[in-house]
Design a protein around this ligand. Structure first.
Ligand code: GLU
Length: 417
């Protein structure tokens, strides 16, 4: 049976709800997304044929504020994945205590197989089809795997034209020239770098004395690699869909980033003296101090968890570790900083972007970064303390913080009618 990440969500909600001493009825609603929209998106392809893509927008919760979360373009998108990703957004926003619920969207498509024109038409048609349920006060999309600032720009334009006026706050992660925030592009990676430093401090270790492997060279993985190496960490391995590269002395990260910044150019065509080509699976099992899975779900699972040699895992991706793997890693004494804390820097700066849009007042990059630091530090401390207090993992610590906030908000609003 295919891996279903939504089962992971149900499991963790139950476990955290019980640990907090809630009655099942108090957290039952968290197990059910508020709204799921499925759309069929017909597109005229460049050759004149018509293809119909399937897309989704799921709003898991709007109890603490508008739904918030990215849109994923990937060939393996499915409804249970989108539901899980939407729920994780609710908990992520609650962990960093920003006034949002959680949502997520996706289209089953491999965007690298589409021309730019096809991608643009698909995005505009999808935006139109989900336009009744999105908006700055309802549900605010953003980039995720396979989408980027350019695509967010098309969404703003489409939504604005449909509404007859410019609505920059309908999405975040836009280009800076049309209302995007300074610092948003780097925010997820910056949050991961900051969180890594916080946990290393607790463990009595230093980034400058650590080796790091990063799985995934999308926005999250590449910026993480850039920032941790700029802080003195030795990035020894990175990977993308084409495979990975390993060099014990440390890789030339700026050269790698320059290489992959060319559209369509992957790591398999990158050359550097002394590199060894490895698979994505091998990257995960390297003897490094820190492993950052920054690709997709279900990468560290019951099959390979026992072979993980890293001492610390900081989750850049959403849901890279399964419930079974969590248990195996814990038994091995591996410390794990969970996704809903570690990668929350992205949505935190999305929140700043939305606030700037609503106020039409724009901040400096320094202001964005310093507010991000404040949010990440406070969230880290709250999660760490909750884990200590309940004698549990940081994953459960994060869920304890998040689920308490969402359940309490639910109670304050009450069940109507
Ligand atoms: N897709 C990102 C995430 O998973 C960002 C979401 C956002 O900024 O709304 O956290």
């Amino acid at each position: 049976m295919a891996y279903d990440p939504y089962q992971n969500v149900l499991h963790v909600v139950d476990t955290a709800g019980k640990m907090l001493g809630y009655e099942p009825s108090e957290y039952e609603t968290l197990k059910h997304p508020e709204r799921e929209l499925k759309v069929s998106i017909p597109i005229e392809m460049d050759d004149g044929s018509v293809r119909v893509f399937e897309g989704y927008r799921v709003q898991h919760s709007t109890v603490r504020g508008p739904a918030k979360g990215g849109i994923r373009y990937h060939q393996n998108v499915d409804i249970n994945e989108v539901k899980a990703l939407a729920a994780w957004m609710t908990f992520k926003c609650a962990v960093v205590n920003i006034p949002y619920g959680g949502g997520k969207g996706g289209i089953i498509v491999n965007p690298s197989e589409l021309s730019k024109g096809e991608l643009c038409r698909m995005t505009r048609r999808f935006t139109t089809m989900i336009s009744p349920i999105i908006g700055p006060d309802k549900d605010v999309p953003a980039p995720d795997v396979g989408t980027n600032g350019e695509i967010m720009g098309w969404i703003v334009d489409t939504y604005s034209l449909l509404n007859g006026h410019s609505v920059p706050g309908v999405v975040t992660g836009k280009p800076v020239g049309i209302g995007g925030s300074l610092g948003r592009l780097e925010a997820t990676g910056r949050g991961i770098m900051l969180t890594t430093k916080h946990i290393l401090e607790k463990l009595g270790k230093k980034l400058s004395e650590s080796t790091i492997a990063v799985q995934g060279m999308g926005n999250v993985g590449s910026i993480t690699a850039k920032l941790v190496s700029a802080e003195g960490g030795r990035v020894v391995a990175v990977s993308d869909v084409s495979g990975g590269i390993y060099k014990e002395d440390g890789l030339d990260i700026p050269a790698i980033l320059a290489h992959i910044s060319v559209r369509g150019q992957l790591l398999d065509s990158y050359e550097e003296a002394g590199i060894k080509r490895i698979s994505n699976g091998e990257l995960l099992e390297l003897p490094v101090d820190i492993l950052v899975p920054a690709a997709l779900e279900n990468q560290i699972n019951a099959d390979n968890a026992d072979r993980i040699q890293a001492k610390l895992i900081v989750e850049g991706a959403n849901g890279p570790t399964t419930v079974e793997a969590d248990e195996i890693l814990a038994k091995k004494g591996i410390v794990l900083v969970p996704d809903i804390l570690a990668n929350a820097g992205g949505v935190a700066v999305s929140y700043f972007e939305w606030v700037q849009n609503l106020q039409s007042m724009y901040w400096t990059e320094e202001e964005v970064n310093s507010r991000l630091e404040g949010i990440m530090k406070r969230a880290f401390d709250e999660v760490y303390d909750a884990a200590q207090e309940y004698n549990t993992s940081m994953r459960m610590g994060a869920y304890l913080v998040a689920i308490r906030r969402v359940v309490e908000a639910n109670k304050m609003r009450g069940l109507w009618p």
